[in-house]
Design a protein around this ligand. Structure first.
Ligand SMILES: NC(=O)C1=CN([C@@H]2O[C@H](COP(=O)(O)OP(=O)(O)OC[C@H]3O[C@@H](n4cnc5c(N)ncnc54)[C@H](OP(=O)(O)O)[C@@H]3O)[C@@H](O)[C@H]2O)C=CC1
Ligand SMILES: CC(C)(CO)C(=O)C(=O)O
Length: 312
């Protein structure tokens, strides 16, 4: 199978590298110094299981993904619409799109652009980062839960699940993938924005009584929203599962905190903005998210990236 990685950052390069090593033809779409370093010196992935050096095909031109059968869609949610619109006119009509992103709104945006019958989604459990241009670091357990948004591509998805399994990734299939995504979203919504506001690791949030209380409030708000959106969660059980799971991630700096510390745009809109907007639509109160959203949005737009706003 010919696979395109769009864009090839931490998550895309990690999974792309495993598929390359398993013998698949993988083309990596990246940009900037990360792209230039990979093109010149190959891709290096420092995984929990050892160092991988990948001699893939690297490009900074979306048009080079024209012949792929599957796109691993791995940009930050801030770039979803822009890159999807570029790729839509380029990839084949039969190309399947697998979003490995956090959040629960990318599926909707991508389905609108590519059509729901080409869409696969995964709840992506991995801890990876771009350590320096051309070099990815991954630590901890890796797991994918994958499923189609439309049942008509069930068989194709089963083949892709098998492909990831054969590449050594613990991958399972789900016919209720949006439920799986919401489960992960509840965890991310509980910890990512709060960690980005406070610059605290997950363990520090758990140990500080005030931060912990705020995390619990955020968790309950997002679960109420999930339930009102049609996801079948038991609220009490879900809260206890989220906090139990977080005990295993005590030393983790969430991806949103990493983005803030690295001066990158945070996925504020895809997490907090979505929750506030959807809450207003469905008549679910989300005051804690509104507070965190206003602070993070201000930090992201006015303090960290003031010029990108002026340029719009
Ligand atoms: N990192 C992690 O451990 C996890 C991340 N996730 C989710 O996965 C998604 C991806 O995260 P992650 O891999 O960390 O993000 P990264 O920022 O590391 O990777 C995205 C890459 O895509 C590049 N890119 C963006 N737009 C384009 C474009 N138009 N053309 C070419 N390249 C482009 C970015 O470049 P540039 O930097 O220049 O913008 C960046 O290198 C997010 O939704 C995240 O929340 C989920 C689980 C774990
Ligand atoms: C917790 C983790 C690493 C899970 O994959 C994540 O999704 C994030 O930090 O955003």
């Amino acid at each position: 199978m010919k696979i395109g990685v769009a864009g090839a950052g931490a998550v895309g390069c990690f999974f792309g590298a495993l598929l390359s090593k398993a013998g698949h033809e993988v083309i990596y779409l990246a940009r900037g110094s990360h792209y230039e370093t990979m093109k010149m010196n190959k891709l290096q992935v420092d995984t929990e299981a050892g160092l991988l050096t990948v001699e893939g095909e690297f490009t900074d031109l979306p048009k080079d993904l024209g012949e792929v059968d599957l796109v691993l869609f791995c940009v930050k949610s801030t770039a979803t619409k822009e890159l999807a619109e570029q790729l839509h006119g380029i990839v084949k009509k039969s190309t399947l799109i697998l979003t490995m992103q956090n959040g629960v709104e990318n599926e909707e945006i991508l389905s609108r652009i590519f059509g729901i019958n080409r869409m696969i989604s995964s709840a992506t459990y991995v801890q990876a980062l771009i350590e320096s241009p051309g070099k990815i670091k991954q630590r901890g357990n890796v797991q994918l839960v994958m499923g189609p948004l439309d049942f008509s591509i069930h068989n194709e998805v089963m083949a892709i699940v098998k492909m990831f399994q054969q590449a050594g990734v613990h991958t399972t299939h789900s016919d209720a993938i949006l439920e799986e995504k919401w489960k992960k979203f509840v965890w991310n919504a509980t910890f990512n924005p709060l960690s980005a506001v406070s610059c605290a690791e997950v363990g520090e949030i758990l140990d500080d009584p005030n931060l912990r209380k705020t995390a619990e409030t955020l968790c309950m708000e997002v679960i109420d929203l999930a339930i009102k959106s049609g996801i079948k969660f038991d609220k009490k059980l879900m809260v206890s599962q989220i906090f139990l799971k977080s005990e295993r991630a005590r030393g983790h700096r969430t991806s949103m905190l990493q983005d803030r510390l690295n001066g990158k745009r945070m996925e504020v809109e895809a997490l907090c903005g979505f929750i506030v907007r959807k809450g207003a639509q469905l008549n679910i109160a989300t005051p804690a998210f509104q507070t965190v959203f206003s602070i993070l949005n201000y930090i992201d737009d006015k303090i960290e990236h003031p010029t990108s706003i002026e340029a719009q």
